[in-house]
Design a protein around this ligand. Sequence first.
Ligand code: PLP
Length: 452
Amino acid sequence: MNKITNHLPTAELQAIDAAHHLHPFTTGDELTQKGARIIASAKGIYLKDSEGEEILDAMAGLWCVNIGYGRDELADVAARQMRELPYYNTFFQTSHVPAIALAQKLAELAPGDLNHVFYANGGSDANDTNIRMVRTYWAEKGQPEKKTIISRWNAYHGSTIGGTSLGGMKGMHEQGDLPIPGIEFIEQPNWWAEGGDMDPEDFGLARARELEEKILEIGEDKVAAFIAEPIQGAGGVIVAPDSYWPEIQRICDKYEILLIADEVICGFGRTGNWFGSQTLDIRPDIMTVAKGLSSGYAPIGASIVSDEVAKVLEACEFNHGYTYSGHPVACAVALENLRILEEEGILEHVQNVAAPHLAEKWKSLEDHPMVGEAKIVGLMASIALTPNKETRASFAADAGTVGYITRECCFGNNLIMRHVGDRMIISPPLVITPEEIDILIERARKSLDEAY
Ligand code: PLP
């Protein structure tokens, strides 16, 4: 048997991959007919594949490589930590410096009184934690019936049983007989696709008020929490109208519903601030974080919770935790990532340089005949493609069109973008320069032209 290295011919690697590797969100046919693109290395915002092609990664991996690829500091910290203390848990009255230091740092960065960190391995299992956490919180406060969690259709909160249940992806619910009981849904604030003739702000208000209607339908004494991404990411970078979030906040306050902001994508600079909640002026009781927390260099996630939630959980024994909760290597890597984001002024770069430049260029795509609206907040952006800009018609009946552009045209032009339904989306590394943004836009426009 050949040793598997980057030096093997691509076709051979692809054949072994297709034979033995079950990929997430991929059909077997895609692997056997075309083969996976084998990524060999990466630096800055560019990937290099097994054929030596340089690919501009406009998705920062899966929305996570915020500081860009190839930062030796993180590798050095990981190696040092592995030598000093490769593993110890944080159960049963033990702790260690990386977990302590990262918790302190997250409490400093998080808004309001979100001062307490419960570690997980990624975003999905942090959301699983949240389900048990909010139900335990209300039970300990003498309201065990207050356990329903309200979410939104087309939200993405992960792939575990809990994460999939909280998410509003119907195709995912169908696989595995989900959601679990006690999860309810309201519609998403997607004006472009669902707003019809309504003014966007009226639409935003109407969609937010569905939360109130749902709470009244279930009974406020039965609703534990509302969970939402400040900006829906995997659902297509759906930016709510300005009227939406203030109304959601008002409703959560009025009915004493815990607000869980899923910051897995929006966190750590993606929207220009440390958290999307700050950009949108939301006051969550719990934030889910992962991805940009370590810029994807190590798997780690967390729930960051308020003083009040922590006080209640600490008064009982919250029987929950993962073997790798607060893994020392992941914590050390995350801490170094936060140091780089802070000391190199990467958020300031997003706010003052990258986001304004990208916004101008991104908006210019609206002059393309296939592009309806172009939306952007910080460095997450989407375009809605349409066969008719006036009616805002969808390509849904012709579902292959948008997928063809990202899979064939963008890929062929060495650009990684993704599509969801009829939206094409980007979320590049935060360190992207104006020159690199120009290259991104040039390749995106070329890909659109090829499909038109
Ligand atoms: N929540 C949001 C908003 C996400 O976008 C994701 C992943 O894309 C998750 C949760 C799940 O995180 P993970 O894949 O780290 O489990």
